[in-house]
Design a protein around this ligand. Structure first.
Ligand SMILES: Cc1ncc(C[n+]2csc(CCOP(=O)(O)OP(=O)(O)O)c2C)c(N)n1
Ligand SMILES: [Mg+2]
Length: 305
């Protein structure tokens, strides 16, 4: 039986996973600093607190799989490509930007990765891509990240209907952080995500906590079934640590504190303060060096081919 202390401290994670999660954390904090200094344009939505979700899924996905991301997508991109230089250059509009600086934080396309800031837009697109995959590249899937609030979009249900009816290889990953911008889930969602998936006969799995090896063991056979045309909704019960975007946190101090108490990093630090502290420093130094190098680059130029 695990002791109270062990449970408060959280699971022991692999260094490679931890370093990737910490790099995403450091990247997001750096972005908020750069915005604060007036050095970035546009907007940003950080995934602070949710970093472990794409890191958990990353080894379960392959290069033939498509990933559809949303407005809160930096972690999704970094977990897939480990490319903080390209992403920061994209957000800063510098040479080496993934999309020549035209897409910015929310609109990125690279190989089989596409993000959009338009809520609910990606699910119908993913359904179409999955139809093509089923016919032309059996075994590949489309993974779509959406938030709980995005379940308020009608397009989500049109897509779920076809995904179920046509047995499309789609995995919908719901990052359920309990809030949509400023509206708590309790004030915007009737019923549950599980109930909504069930209405279409789609399998649903709810994931709590951040024990990455355990999550992977549980999801691996379900994702193998997705590849055979049995779609899946995976709901991660997670926490948004930061504001919705920048400086627009409308939550009560108590709600923010609850998110902090649940933070995977706090719990990992508690388990191994020195070890995690060292990895944290390394990640911060790495991201600082990336930012310095990218900020010194000339502006990116969009040259039509
Ligand atoms: C079609 C559309 N409507 C509204 C918005 C503005 N908007 C951006 S994020 C957001 C809330 C999304 O909440 P959720 O899906 O829970 O994702 P989270 O921000 O919590 O990660 C809203 C309303 C938008 N981008 N697109
Ligand atoms: Mg949300």
């Amino acid at each position: 039986m695990t002791s109270l202390l062990e449970r408060a401290a959280g699971p022991i994670l692999d260094d490679a996973d931890l370093s990737l999660m910490l790099t995403i954390r450091a990247f997001e904090l750096k972005l908020l600093d750069l915005f604060g200094e007036g050095r970035l344009n546009g907007t940003t939505h950080t995934c602070l607190g949710q970093e472990y979700v794409p890191v958990a899924l990353e080894p379960l996905l392959g290069p033939a799989d498509h990933v559809f991301s949303n407005h809160r997508g930096h972690g999704h991109y970094l977990a897939r490509f480990r490319d903080p230089h390209g992403l920061l250059a994209e957000i800063m509009g510098r040479e080496g930007a993934i999309c020549h600086g035209v897409g910015g934080s929310q609109h990125i396309r690279r190989e089989r990765y596409l993000s959009t800031g338009v809520q609910g837009e990606s699910l119908p697109v993913a359904a179409g891509v999955a139809l093509r995959l089923r016919r032309a590249e059996p075994g590949a899937l489309a993974c779509v990240y959406i938030g709980d609030g995005t379940f308020g979009e009608g397009a989500v249900y049109e897509a779920l209907n076809l995904i179920a009816l046509w047995r499309l290889p789609v995995m919908v990953v719901v990052e359920h952080n309990g809030i949509a911008q400023s509206t708590p889930t309790t004030a915007h969602m009737a019923g549950t995500i599980a109930g909504r998936a069930a209405a279409f006969g789609i399998a649903h799995e709810r994931v709590e906590g951040f024990d990455l090896p355990a999550i992977r063991r549980r999801l691996a056979p379900l994702i193998a079934r997705v590849r055979e045309g049995v779609p899946l909704v995976v709901e991660f019960a997670t926490h948004r640590l930061g504001p919705h975007s920048k400086g627009d946190d409308t939550r009560s101090a108590q709600a923010v504190q609850e998110a902090r108490d649940a933070d995977w990093l706090e719990r990992c630090r508690a388990a191994r303060p020195e070890h995690v502290g060292r990895l944290e420093r390394e990640a911060r130094e790495h991201v600082d060096a990336v930012a310095e190098e990218v900020a010194a680059r000339p502006p990116s130029r969009w040259v039509r081919a």
